[in-house]
Design a binder for this molecule. Structure first.
Ligand SMILES: Cc1cc2nc3c(=O)[nH]c(=O)nc-3n(C[C@H](O)[C@H](O)[C@H](O)COP(=O)(O)OP(=O)(O)OC[C@H]3O[C@@H](n4cnc5c(N)ncnc54)[C@H](O)[C@@H]3O)c2cc1C
Length: 381
């Protein structure tokens, strides 16, 4: 019984390590020459105590609970949100700002040490019932189970007809140095001028270094999307962020997309399972996907390995639903509600004036405040 895992991001390496530890024959295929590079992430991962509250029904992989210190660049204590008016609100969130390049490598090393075979620099594709490899390794490869952990533009998802719901977020991010940031706070900035249909962020990586990015959605922008212009405007002109970022230098430019519409209807079909971004396992309210990708990868690895001993692959969807279903659905419903407000700065300002910071924290975690519960059915999938 052979399992092929496509994609060595957090979902794929976790799936490969889990299945290999359970005794399965695992091949992990990654199209990049270098696992983890280029980075397409802000690197913000809440501490385990926060994750237990965010994902109360999930069993967190040990690799998410205890991240090696060498992968952690900084720790934050608070999350601060800026309204278009400039008003800010903050609440406590203990966070780890990780170097994704070394974190992804660490996860891949663990998968390899557990017994998974790694093939890098090789792209996998589905043709009929077979997996075709192209790159450093060429040809057809047989597998009994295929785990598609190949990110937001997943070929495996496409092959099984899993369609992402809602439009994705489109992101551009700079790593900047010589910026005057608050290293205790991860910050989100809202407003039509700074991040139409999304938000801009500053994630402090320690000292004077930060990931500074912007995520927007197509339907909120008239004409062509000029992300470099939008991010430059944020860095240079935002009344608060501009002051602390303007004199900094860009040392890296990263692009990527974030599936923010929740899970597609299908995340398993026959011997194919999807995990992580490929399956829309992302909190739609924040775009954070690493913790969910790792939980989903762990479940995919367990289900695949137990299938070898007569287990049923169809339990995959139920197991994901049990561990991640409620926060994922809650976050999509809230994002859809907030989408209406995103059409006008005045309504976002109003939300900031109506909600206390701890309610904002709940909302970001996909939990609806009681007075809004009755509107849930209007926004369900
Ligand atoms: C700009 C930006 C900032 C973000 N910031 C954060 C953040 O701060 N915190 C957070 O939690 N989340 C963040 N996210 C989201 C987070 O990066 C993803 O949710 C997370 O990486 C998902 O992990 P994954 O393993 O599912 O997919 P990925 O990390 O995308 O890994 C997929 C892997 O599959 C490989 N692959 C793709 N196709 C193939 C193929 N055909 N054959 C072989 N290999 C293939 C890719 O090369 C890649 O290595 C951010 C996303 C973006 C775009």
């Amino acid at each position: 019984m052979r399992i092929i895992v496509v994609g060595a991001g957090p979902a794929g390496s976790t799936a490969a390590e889990t299945a290999a530890r359970l005794g399965a024959d695992v091949i992990l295929v990654e199209r990049r020459m270098e696992i983890g590079s280029p980075v397409q992430c802000g690197g913000f991962i809440p501490e385990a105590s926060e994750l237990r509250d965010l994902l109360p029904d999930a069993v967190l992989p040990e690799t998410l609970v205890e991240i090696p210190e060498r992968c952690i660049l900084n720790r934050t204590r608070i999350q601060r949100l800026y309204a278009p008016s400039g008003r800010s609100a903050e609440f406590p969130v203990a966070g780890r700002c990780v170097d994704r390049r070394s974190f992804d490598r660490y996860l891949a090393h663990r998968a390899a040490r557990a017994g998974a075979q790694l093939i890098v620099g090789t792209e996998a594709d589905v043709r009929g019932e077979s997996i075709h490899l192209k790159g450093r390794r060429e040809g057809i490869i047989d597998a009994d189970i295929i785990i598609g952990a190949d990110g937001p533009s997943s070929r495996i998802a496409e092959a099984i007809g899993a369609v992402q719901r809602d439009e994705p977020g489109i992101c551009l991010e700079y790593e900047m140095v010589d910026v005057d940031i608050d290293r205790d706070a991860a910050e989100m900035y809202f407003g039509e001028r700074w991040a139409p249909g999304g938000y801009a962020w500053i994630i402090p990586l320690g000292d004077d270094i930060a990931n500074v990015g912007v995520g927007v959605r197509r339907s909120y922008i008239r004409g062509e999307i000029d992300l470099p212009l939008i991010l430059r405007r944020f860095v240079e002109e935002h009344p608060h962020a501009g002051r602390i970022l303007r004199k900094g230098e860009i040392v890296a430019v990263m692009r990527g997309i974030v599936p923010s519409g929740g899970m597609p209807e299908i995340i398993q079909s026959g011997r194919f399972l999807l995990a992580g971004d490929a399956a829309g396992h992302v909190m739609a309210t924040s775009g954070g996907g690493v913790p969910l990708a790792m939980v989903a990868g762990r479940i995919a690895g367990e289900v695949a390995a137990t299938h070898a001993r007569g287990g049923d692959l169809n339990v995959y969807t139920q197991r994901i639903e049990k561990e991640l279903g409620a926060p994922l659905r809650g976050s999509v419903i809230i994002r859809r509600m907030v989408d209406r407000a995103m059409r006008s700065d005045r309504s976002i300002d109003m939300i900031f004036s109506l909600l206390d910071p701890m309610t904002m924290k709940d909302i970001q975690r996909g939990r609806l405040p009681a007075p809004l519960e009755r509107l849930r059915s209007m926004f369900t999938l």
